[in-house]
Design a protein around this ligand. Structure first.
Ligand code: PLP
Length: 372
């Protein structure tokens, strides 16, 4: 119904009805949207979606013919999204617990598997408790508003993920944006923020655009000096950074200094969907009472819970899977550099091949696809 209404509106076909006057607004909107779309095409930054006709993995089949394409660009860091045990666990959860809950968690949507997964996530990260969300975008949208008031301050790296930026926009705390991984600037902002009741430093553990890793040791030292809490988004770290894949905090030896972690189940941990916050129990309890994306959105589907739960089991049984990532990253980075390419970031499996021109990058991607 909604689609039909919008379709009619955009086609301006409300003539003859009392709403005919809105026809010109619809036509104006259509012109504006078309011109905006043309600008994106003109800038060479149009995002087209290639359609995969197989499972996610290192070799893909694309709809319309492309077979055996080598895939380097998913966040399927550990290959768990098509791991047979992960798929089996998902099917078993689907059969036992059904397709979904048709409910939010606090009304009628909590099953034993949700509680088990939350307990497992907390154990994995060595924290007191954890809370599930439909995505990490939701976890980031829900935490700052629930935690911070106008009496508090949040200090955010300027290149933090869009979901952290949006989450911070929703809260009423005093906002400071420090230069990307610039500890001098963070220190100056922390000094200024001393006047507020509570200070929260928020950073991506690993930054998804350039594959660079936040200087968490230095951030934690500054946080200690200026009595601040540290929050990290570990979407590009959970499962594979650090000796046991616990993340950036493990890699840099500050697991006991980071207060709050948000991360995703939609990348290394099986790749289905879902996100979470893990940290002190009273914080998690408060999020269950106040966090809007948790309170007003459907529970995670059992099949999705089954995937993530099995992925965590595999990672907690042995660190072999987590360890496999580092050698592959090193190999790709060194061979590509030797072949004359510039790879930004360091030691992270996100290896951006910098061509310095968005249009050229799009052309090169198309050419590479044609060569498989
Ligand atoms: N945070 C970071 C750093 C991300 O890269 C992403 C996903 O791209 C998200 C949050 C959102 O995660 P999700 O896909 O679970 O919503």
């Amino acid at each position: 119904m909604w689609r039909g209404a919008v379709g009619r509106l955009l086609r301006g076909s409300v003539a003859g009805s009392p709403r005919a006057a809105s026809g010109s607004a619809a036509a104006q909107l259509r012109r504006r949207l078309e011109s905006e779309l043309e600008d994106i095409r003109g800038a060479g930054t149009w995002k087209s979606e290639r359609i995969i006709a197989s499972r996610q993995g290192p070799h893909l089949h694309l709809e319309g013919g492309g077979a055996g394409i080598l895939n380097f660009c998913a966040n399927n860091y550990l290959g768990l999204s098509s791991h047979p045990e992960v798929i089996r666990a998902s099917v078993e959860a689907l059969e036992k617990f059904g397709a979904g809950l048709s409910s939010v968690r606090f009304i009628c949507g909590t099953q034993s598997i949700h509680k088990d997964l939350e307990e497992k996530i907390a154990r994995f990260h060595q924290r007191e408790d954890a809370i599930l969300y439909a995505s990490c975008f939701d976890a980031n949208a829900g935490i700052f508003e629930a935690l911070l008031t106008p009496e508090d301050a949040v200090l955010s790296d300027e290149l933090n993920h869009a979901s952290i930026i949006d989450g911070i926009r929703l809260c009423k705390a005093n906002k400071y944006r420090y230069k990307h991984m610039d500890m001098q600037d963070l220190e100056a902002k922390l000094q200024d923020a001393q006047k507020h009741r509570l200070r929260l430093v928020a950073t991506d553990g690993a930054f998804s655009m350039d594959g660079d890793i936040a200087p968490l040791r230095e951030i934690c030292q500054l946080a200690q000096k200026y009595d601040a809490l540290v929050f990290i988004d570990e979407c590009h770290a959970t499962g594979f950074l650090g000796p046991n894949g616990r993340g950036t905090d493990e890699l840099l030896g500050v697991m006991d200094k980071v207060a709050i972690i948000n991360s995703t189940l939609g990348k290394a941990l099986g790749g289905a969907a879902g996100g979470y916050t893990t940290g002190p129990k009273p914080l998690i309890d408060l999020l269950r009472q106040r966090s809007r994306p948790y309170l007003f959105s459907n529970s995670l589907p059992p099949a999705v819970v089954g995937c993530a739960s099995k992925a965590l089991d595999l990672l907690m049984e042995s660190n072999a899977i987590a360890q496999s990532m580092a050698a592959k990253t090193q190999r790709f980075r060194s061979k590509m550099t030797a072949a004359g390419f510039t790879i930004s970031g360091k030691d992270h499996p996100i290896c951006p091949v910098m061509l310095g021109d968005a249009r050229l990058a799009a052309v090169m991607a198309e050419d590479m696809l044609n060569r498989g």
